[in-house]
Design a protein around this ligand. Structure first.
Ligand code: SAM
Length: 305
């Protein structure tokens, strides 16, 4: 039997769905039952509760005004810096935590095409989008993102790539599954053997490079909830080598976040480029996560359309 490590006690996070409520409204409603609720210092519209607080059954959650989402899982959309009215693609979308967070960022004038290849998860995604009041912003497509034709998405400016990963950063993966994030990973496993990691990395790189081939895109954010460098800095290094001729470079993701990508991770990414990426760990009060931001100036983008 595998040894079981008790998961560290992390705060419970609640993201305010600003499509349906204000931060003040949700904070005040939660404070009536949980007086120690407070705002997260890094992520706007994220509220923090003591470890173990159970808010699953709260009316705010049932009504879609509050969404249970770990702090680390909020980072990729923050790193995308999407503006109201932007057209975006969420390449690997179910269950839709980041899709609905992005919907709140682009607002009523924005549009998101959200791909999900698994039928059951695509249904869950549609349901979550509806509950969040984002159905007019998000078009759910039950399809493999790799089959999407970039030329059919000429108005898309930003893409989010959060593919299936080993899930090795998920707190509780070696013990009891963490109910808040278990649906995010599609079967990740912290003890995945090297061959599985290599296969995942190859798939992640294909999905990332496909996103980077969208003709009018100026920003692509890549994320995993893995702690393995092969799925993170390694995928970024391989993709960067392939897409640099298209004008893409590695931007600085979330400059104010102190924990950066791993230097000397044994992958082909310089320490300076690793430092442009972001990592999160349980020591930061959230799950293990990795985020990288690819960007290119609009002028260079035009050269490839
Ligand atoms: N971004 C999601 C969220 O924040 O709620 C979590 C995404 S989960 C890590 C990865 C999802 O991508 C799974 O539901 C998986 O079925 C889907 N997926 C993986 N590869 C895909 C592909 N090529 N096209 C579409 N969906 C894909």
């Amino acid at each position: 039997a595998r040894s079981r490590t008790p998961p560290p006690k992390l705060p419970r996070y609640v993201r305010v769905n600003t499509l349906k409520a204000t931060v003040e409204q949700v904070e005040a409603a939660l404070a009536r039952v949980h007086p120690s609720v407070c705002r997260d210092p890094h992520v706007p519209a994220l509220l923090r509760l003591p470890p173990g607080t159970d808010v699953h059954a709260h009316e705010l959650v049932a009504s879609g005004r509050a969404i249970l989402q770990d702090k680390a899982s909020c980072m990729p959309v923050l790193a995308l810096r999407a503006r109201p009215g932007w057209r975006c693609v969420d390449a690997c979308a179910a269950p839709g935590n980041k899709t609905t967070q992005l919907a709140a960022a682009v607002g009523a004038r924005g549009r998101i095409v959200a791909f999900e290849r698994d039928a059951r998860r695509a249904e869950l995604l549609s349901r979550r989008v509806g509950e969040a009041g984002a159905h007019a912003i998000v078009e759910v497509r039950h399809a493999d993102f790799l089959s999407a034709r970039p030329a059919d998405h000429r108005r898309v400016r930003a893409l989010l790539v959060d593919p299936t990963c080993s899930g090795s950063g998920i707190v509780g993966r070696l013990g009891a599954p963490d109910e808040g994030e278990s649906a995010d990973t599609n079967g990740g496993d912290a003890s995945a053997p090297a061959e599985r990691i290599a296969a995942l990395a190859a798939m992640q790189q294909r999905v990332l490079c496909h996103a980077l081939s969208f003709p009018r895109a100026t920003v692509v954010v890549y994320s995993t909830c893995s702690v393995h460098a092969a799925e993170n800095e390694g995928v970024v290094a391989a993709a960067l080598g392939a897409v640099a001729p298209l004008g893409w470079r590695l931007g600085v993701a979330l400059p104010a976040w102190p924990r950066r990508g791993l230097p000397n991770a044994g992958v082909e990414l310089s320490d300076e480029l690793c430092a442009r990426c972001v990592r999160c760990l349980p020591e930061d009060g959230c799950g293990g996560f990795f985020v990288a931001r690819f960007e290119r100036p609009a002028a260079l983008r035009a050269a490839f359309t």
